[in-house]
Design a protein around this ligand. Structure first.
Ligand code: FDA
Length: 300
């Protein structure tokens, strides 16, 4: 992040939350499930699929983990009821992984049951490297009980290319591939942006070699151009991949191009009262953050 962007973000985060909300909410579809469903419907009407995520992570008590699990169980029912073309993404630490593996899996099994009852798909987001092993173990375990489950892998981790073999254990390879958002040490993660992109493409090749399903989650237009080439060169079938983007990240004309090519595109829609940390993370990734914040503060 440039120095000027850092200064603007520093002062912006000192503003009252009600002001921050004005510009932070572009990345979040409101605070309630019904708001998120409305956004999902609007995006479905434009030709996009969605995945819904209730904001929050690292819950500390069993009571909180159960409450979030209840919300996810209900959310699958809402997706079904409103005929939304969309699934759900969850974070392990949001449903109890920091409390215990037992607590996490107890809650996960209820969410998996709700996915199965509504015939929908569940994506388990990948958090920091502290939870990579457990996320993979639980994904494979529950995939054996219900096959519409997949997790996420991160191109910045050295281990990721090898994890693909393990993730294919049930012959149900269904992966979202992203660059990775957490701060990881250079002992376990690639630090150069260029090399992360190189690894991203290598990982795509390995998944394609295994005929797996890939959610290509990135906003990086250079990388996307290379992905377009790869899909074309390998003649990879349209039902074996989709592009994925985060709600609110500007993509210019590229999203339209995707639809014209008949490439499925899924928008990740986070919502909920815990919007603050997530939105600040997204603002930090925005290269035009200074202009964007100033424009929003002074235009209102
Ligand atoms: P990069 O950060 O290089 O951004 C490329 C370009 O996109 C930028 O130059 C800018 O133009 C634009 N851009 C990116 N972010 C922007 C923003 N906030 N505002 C405005 N413009 C922006 N990570 C993880 O560790 N575990 C996970 O489970 C997931 N899940 C996930 C799902 C989906 C659908 C996506 C798209 C991403 C994730 N991620 C994630 C986050 C991911 O690891 C990564 O941190 C971000 O996607 C940013 O990386 P890019 O690939 O977009 O490239």
């Amino acid at each position: 992040m440039s120095f000027i962007n850092k200064i603007i973000l520093f002062f912006a985060t000192k503003l009252p939350k009600s002001i921050i909300k004005l510009f932070a909410m572009r990345y979040v579809a409101g605070e309630s499930a019904l708001n998120a469903i409305k956004t999902a419907k609007r995006l479905n009407d434009k030709g996009f699929s969605v995945t819904l995520d209730i904001l929050g992570e690292h819950v500390k008590t069993q009571k909180e983990a159960i409450a979030i699990t209840d919300e996810y169980v209900e959310l699958f029912k809402l997706l079904y009821q409103f005929k939304i073309d969309g699934n759900i993404s969850i974070k392990p630490s949001h449903i109890g992984l920091d409390i215990s593996v037992l607590e996490f899996e107890k809650n996960l099994s209820r969410i998996v049951k709700s996915a199965a009852d509504t015939g929908n798909f569940l994506r388990i987001d990948m958090e920091s490297s502290l939870s990579t092993d457990q996320t993979i173990i639980s994904t494979l375990k529950y995939q054996k009980l219900y096959n519409k489950i997949g997790t996420v892998i991160q191109a910045y981790l050295f281990r990721t290319i090898h994890d693909i073999d393990k993730l294919n254990e049930n012959d149900l390879l269904n992966i979202r591939l992203c660059k990775g958002i957490y701060k990881e040490s250079n002992k376990i993660a690639i630090q150069s942006r260029y090399k992360i992109n190189e690894n991203y493409l290598k990982i795509v090749d390995k998944i394609m070699d295994k005929n797996g399903f890939i959610g290509l989650a990135t906003h990086d237009l250079n990388l996307i151009k290379n992905l377009y080439k790869k899909i074309k060169n390998r003649n990879y079938p349209n039902d074996k991949f989709e592009f994925q983007v985060l709600y609110g990240v500007p993509m210019g004309s590229w999203l339209k191009k995707n639809l014209e090519n008949n490439f499925k595109t899924r928008v990740y829609i986070p919502f909920g009262p815990n919007w603050y940390d997530y939105s600040i993370r997204r603002l930090k990734e925005n290269p035009n953050i200074a202009g964007y914040i100033l424009q929003n503060i002074f235009n209102r």
